[in-house]
Ligand binder design. Structure first.
Ligand SMILES: Nc1ncnc2c1ncn2[C@@H]1O[C@H](COP(=O)(O)OP(=O)(O)OP(=O)(O)O)[C@@H](O)[C@H]1O
Ligand SMILES: [Mg+2]
Length: 263
């Protein structure tokens, strides 16, 4: 059971899109997958459950704030064959209300996940666009790896990345987590433009072999799928978005299996 957080403090870089579509691709390859939505915006909850996040009775916020609640009682089975631990904006209030020194602010998720040992091959965590706070700390404490989605179209893509990696490293040390960077996933790439190629080169130089060789190209079908609360492969299996996420899921599995990590 591998727990992989998709984290970047920047908003709109493709964290949710990557979690949702990678989970779908892993399930297609017959892996058992759980998605944990740790972002109170509830975007992956909406897409995967196709239900208003507020309609979910038990959320990650309830789980982290109630020591007697079992994780299995909070899970939702989705149409695409993966399980989901949903969230909504109430989770933010529930987690913020935990006492400052409470272990639940750090190890709540890690402890609750023990109950699921052996039940899943991969657990993907959709993180909020933050650099600190109880939700991010819980994600880091519970994760084996993190994937850093980075926007291939933004000239500011690398700004603050050092800070983010250091912040995760500090939380890793403080919490005794095993988390390590699995790789940077370049999203919304447009290498047809000069600017797109310059940004991609800069990202490659920065991350070197930690950049995934699969990139997610900018593709309007991805946007359409998100609008309809669908995975891109369910909207159009021949789209670039579907091909890219299917290839990325394969590379992710290989990276984990072959231990190609050097950091
Ligand atoms: N490859 C892509 N091509 C086109 N549009 C994309 C692509 N990836 C993501 N998008 C669009 O970009 C927007 C942001 O994506 P997403 O919600 O996945 O980012 P996020 O990092 O989870 O954002 P937040 O930090 O707000 O949670 C969405 O409108 C999504 O549909
Ligand atoms: Mg998101």
């Amino acid at each position: 059971m591998r727990v992989i957080s998709f984290a970047n403090y920047k908003g709109g870089v493709g964290k949710t899109t990557s979690v949702v579509n990678t989970s779908r691709a892993l399930a297609e390859s017959k892996f058992k997958v759980l998605v944990i939505d740790l972002d109170p915006q509830g975007n992956s909850t909406l897409t995967l459950s196709r239900k208003n996040p507020f309609e979910h009775e038990k959320t990650v916020g309830d789980l982290l704030s109630d020591k007697d609640l079992n994780i299995a009682d909070c899970l939702v089975r989705t149409e695409i064959g993966i399980d989901l631990l949903p969230t909504n904006l109430n989770s933010y209030n529930l987690v913020s209300a935990l006492p400052p020194n409470s272990a639940k602010r750090i190890y709540g998720l890690k402890n609750k996940l023990q109950e699921l040992e052996g039940r899943y091959d991969f657990i993907l965590v959709d993180c909020p666009p933050q650099i600190e706070g109880a939700l991010i700390t819980n994600a880091i404490a519970a994760s084996d790896y993190y994937v850093l989605p980075i926007e291939g179209e933004s000239v500011y893509a690398l700004q603050g990345v050092d800070h983010l990696i250091q912040a995760i490293e500090l939380i890793r040390e403080d919490t005794g987590s095993k988390i390590r960077l699995l790789g940077a996933l370049v999203t919304m790439v447009d290498t047809r433009t000069k600017a797109g190629r310059v940004i991609k080169d800069a990202i490659d130089k920065y991350f070197r072999d930690l950049v995934f060789s699969v990139v997610i190209r900018r593709n309007t079908t991805i946007n359409k799928a998100n609008l309809r609360n669908k995975c891109v492969c369910d909207l159009d299996p021949k789209s670039m978005g579907c091909l890219d996420y299917s290839s990325f899921a394969k590379e992710l599995v290989v990276r984990i299996d072959q231990g190609t990590l050097k950091n």
